[in-house]
Design a protein around this ligand. Structure first.
Ligand SMILES: Nc1nc2c(ncn2[C@@H]2O[C@H](COP(=O)(O)OP(=O)(O)OP(=O)(O)O)[C@@H](O)[C@H]2O)c(=O)[nH]1
Ligand SMILES: [Mg+2]
Length: 194
């Protein structure tokens, strides 16, 4: 799949602000700072379509991007970011929960996990939830440029085991810095959108 057109279509903090559920959506979910917005920019070939930051908690709204006029990629705020007040954190969670639980046209959720770290309890919970709802899921292991090849294959095994991925489940290493893993990810998404 080649992405030839992408644009911000809607920004939402509640369901009334979502665009119509007339086409399939792929959501990017994962911890704050894991690289969701960066990966969106890499896939769409647009450096500053989504805002990226070195400090966690950059994306605070649910951002809907129209892609090729045919489907959407939805950039979600990250979880597990402690430097905001508890009530803000809860609202954040509720906002993402409402999207994940109610969106009829949500087809695929890409869970992003930092290749350097063991998935957290929240990562595990999200992945289990996706399975329970029989949503198509795949996992992208981000920031693959940060470690050596041998370390990467060891860590990919740990991520697989910790999340309880089945052999058929996809775990794809990606690096925004080195621009690697994009084609495999796009091919996997294309399959799941069919
Ligand atoms: N080395 C390296 N850095 C990356 C990569 N992907 C993202 N980053 C950096 O990680 C930081 C966080 O990236 P974002 O894309 O803003 O992360 P996010 O998951 O959208 O974060 P929130 O919006 O807070 O949930 C930025 O400083 C990025 O430049 C990667 O593949 N390699
Ligand atoms: Mg972001």
């Amino acid at each position: 799949m080649l992405i030839t057109k992408s644009e911000l279509e809607a920004v939402a903090v509640k369901p009334a602000q979502y665009p119509p559920d007339d086409r399939k959506e792929i959501a990017f979910a994962g911890r704050s700072n894991v690289g969701k917005s960066s990966l969106l920019n890499l896939l769409t070939g647009r450096k500053s379509l989504a805002r990226v930051s070195g400090s966690p908690g950059k994306t605070r709204t649910i951002n809907f991007y129209s892609v090729n006029d045919s489907f959407r990629i939805v950039d979600l705020p990250g979880y597990g970011y402690a430097r905001v007040s508890r009530s803000v954190t809860e609202k954040w969670g509720d906002m993402v929960d409402a999207y994940l639980k109610s969106r009829q046209n949500l087809t695929v959720v890409v869970l992003l996990a930092d290749i350097r770290h063991k998935p957290t309890a929240q990562d595990i919970q999200l992945y289990e939830w996706l399975r329970a709802y029989r949503l198509d899921g795949l996992v992208a292991a981000t920031k693959a440029d940060k470690i050596s090849k041998s370390e990467a294959s060891r860590n990919l095994r740990v991520i697989r085991e910790t999340l309880g991925l089945a052999d058929a489940d996809k775990l794809l290493p990606v690096s925004v810095l080195k621009r690697t893993g994009v084609e495999d990810l796009l091919a996997a998404l294309e399959d799941l959108l069919r």
